[in-house]
Design a protein around this ligand. Structure first.
Ligand code: MN
Length: 264
């Protein structure tokens, strides 16, 4: 049997910045299965969500044969990587490994997940990886097991593709590989932070507000992303880009009383 060996093109990005250890671990993992190209923000851009830089030019700096840094967002990096920097259309886009989990409603803020959203919009299989660092916040991140898991999930996505309009949000416990119990396929949970806005004062006495920290409250449930990682499993959630609540269309039809506007 003749087997055609085509090396896969893999775009690696993140939102923690190009110098973060997480993207280094992800790049090394991807180099084992394809031609990996890193296009990543030149500094930390966590929580920028799906922001695109429109009102200033972007500067790209080539730092190595397959490595570019961009003074923009994760979404900018994916768009530039696909359209300008890589030698061809990527077969796979991977984002992370984020320092900290992207669980529940966190994903709506996440630059890590948004990079995978951008890839999905381009019709490319895309994966977001995050390392869940449990309290205390000072716990040392270890990307070794997460790198191995990223390799497994990436192989799966290259072999099987992904369902239409769907990315995989992968959260990995910060633990040695032998302590991770396995994989759970999960749904996105609800997670809300309380007390995340802190009042501070500038040296000149002005009041400022600093968003960060806070106490997370989350919905529990055996099938959720949060429970999986709390129980020591890798959580893989398939995320659909279509936010439409299909049932709510009927709800609107029934509830809308009409005020002269016909409903089509
Ligand atoms: Mn981040």
């Amino acid at each position: 049997m003749i087997q055609l060996i085509m090396k896969k093109i893999i775009l690696v990005t993140n939102d923690d910045g190009i110098h973060s250890p997480g993207i280094g671990a992800l790049m090394r993992a991807m180099e084992a299965i394809g031609d990996a190209y890193m296009v990543a923000p030149d500094r930390e851009r966590s929580a920028v969500s799906h922001a695109l830089t429109l009102h200033r030019p972007l500067k790209v700096e080539k730092l190595g044969a397959n490595v570019w840094s961009v003074n923009g967002t994760p979404t900018d990096c994916v768009a530039l990587g696909i359209e300008k920097l890589l030698p061809g259309k990527p077969d796979l886009i991977v984002s992370g490994i984020n320092r900290g989990g992207n669980l529940g409603d966190d994903i709506t803020y996440s630059g890590t997940v948004s990079a995978a959203i951008e890839g999905t919009i381009f019709g490319i299989s895309s994966l977001a990886f995050s390392l869940v660092i449990a309290e205390p916040p000072g716990a040392r991140p270890d990307y070794g097991a997460a790198g191995h898991m990223a390799l497994r999930v990436a192989r799966f996505a290259l072999e099987n593709g992904l369902p239409y309009d769907t990315l995989l949000n992968v959260n990995i416990p910060n633990a040695p590989e032998e302590e991770i119990k396995g994989v759970r396929f999960t749904r996105q949970s609800k997670r809300v932070y309380h007390g995340a806005i802190h009042e501070t004062k500038s040296p000149w006495g002005e009041v400022h507000y600093w968003i960060g920290g806070g106490r997370p409250f989350w919905e529990r449930g055996d099938d959720t992303d949060m429970d999986a990682v709390m129980d020591g499993y890798v959580s893989i959630t398939p995320i659909h880009l279509d936010f439409t609540n299909a049932g709510a269309i009927d709800w609107l039809r029934k509830k809308w009383n009409g005020d002269g506007f016909p409903i089509g």
